[in-house]
Write a protein that binds this ligand. Structure first.
Ligand SMILES: Cc1cc2nc3c(=O)[nH]c(=O)nc-3n(C[C@H](O)[C@H](O)[C@H](O)COP(=O)(O)OP(=O)(O)OC[C@H]3O[C@@H](n4cnc5c(N)ncnc54)[C@H](O)[C@@H]3O)c2cc1C
Length: 261
């Protein structure tokens, strides 16, 4: 039987762009370009390697995000995933990690799965907690923060590198793993992959398709609330020290004034 892998990928605002908050203190996503979270490229890569080692496997990439999040799905499809699922609904605006995990969990159950693969954290929210909450919702074992992962004989095994120890972990399928940025370079989509991705199926779902009520998500259903947000002041021009014999002294004075030395 085919090994069914679902990879959760997030469409995030480009960190190099100028990001702002909207009036309701959510991130203003309309004003900035987005892309597939770089850390989720590692998750796609590991899923592709697991599928290559399996006799028969199918990879579905899944995102909860706005209309443009399809770009993230296309990138994952062009890397080699087989199909995609996009959950999009106006009522998702303001959904926090609890709500996002609810939506992802229902969508994963809708698709069917043996293994769920997540990134270690998104590059915007960076909470790194979604995989654990999602595994809890699905009621499956979680083996998180793996730098090496493989599947064999109905089990997923992997290596977690900590500060003081390296752990070898395993769990029976169905299970959820998250992989780190040390798990291996993500491949670039080939021209053939980009062309093939255009024909791969992308299923669109909304909250009603997943049996989720609008008050379970969005700002209304969120367990967390942002009370206040202050934008970082724009960067000021730096101080240039020209060395005309006294450069070293000026540098030392500059650092001392700011209590660096
Ligand atoms: C339109 C929209 C508006 C939102 N507004 C808010 C808001 O106002 N406040 C708020 O707190 N949150 C909001 N969210 C949710 C938020 O962006 C995160 O998805 C969620 O809080 C998870 O937190 P994180 O990104 O820190 O996850 P992490 O725990 O850092 O993510 C770890 C891994 O989980 C997976 N993952 C995370 N998010 C998604 C996703 N959306 N789709 C697929 N896989 C995912 C990825 O594999 C990722 O590598 C919104 C989401 C959407 C789609």
């Amino acid at each position: 039987m085919s090994l069914r892998i679902v990879v959760c990928v997030k469409y995030v605002p480009d960190a190099t762009g100028d990001r702002h908050f909207a009036d309701d203190l959510t991130v203003d996503r309309d004003d900035v370009d987005g892309l597939l979270s770089e850390l989720d490229e590692y998750a796609v890569e590991q899923a592709l390697q697991i599928a290559e080692d399996a006799d028969d496997a199918e990879i579905t990439v899944l995102t909860v995000g706005p209309e443009d999040a399809k770009d993230a799905l296309r990138k994952a499809l062009s890397m080699g995933a087989d199909k995609a699922v996009h959950v999009e609904d106006d009522d998702l605006h303001g959904t926090d990690v609890i709500g996002t995990s609810l939506v992802l969990g229902k969508a994963i159950e809708h698709v069917g799965y043996d293994l769920v693969v997540c990134g270690m954290a998104s590059t915007d929210g960076t909470m790194g907690v979604l995989p654990a909450i999602l595994a809890e919702r699905l009621g499956v074992p979680q083996v998180t923060l793996l730098s090496e992962v493989s599947v064999e004989d109905g089990k997923v095994t992997g290596r977690r590198d900590g500060d003081t120890a390296t752990e070898q972990l395993e769990a029976a399928l169905p299970a959820l793993v998250s992989v780190t940025d040390q798990s291996g370079e993500a491949r670039y989509p080939s021209f053939k992959g980009i062309m093939a991705a255009k024909k791969k199926p992308v299923e669109s779902l909304d909250l009603s398709d997943l049996g989720i009520e609008e008050d379970e998500v969005g700002l209304e259903g969120a367990w967390t609330k942002v009370d206040e947000a202050t934008e970082r002041p724009p960067r000021t021009a730096g101080t240039i020290v020209k060395d005309e014999g006294e450069g070293g002294k000026q540098l030392a004075a500059f650092l001392a004034e700011r209590k660096f030395v």
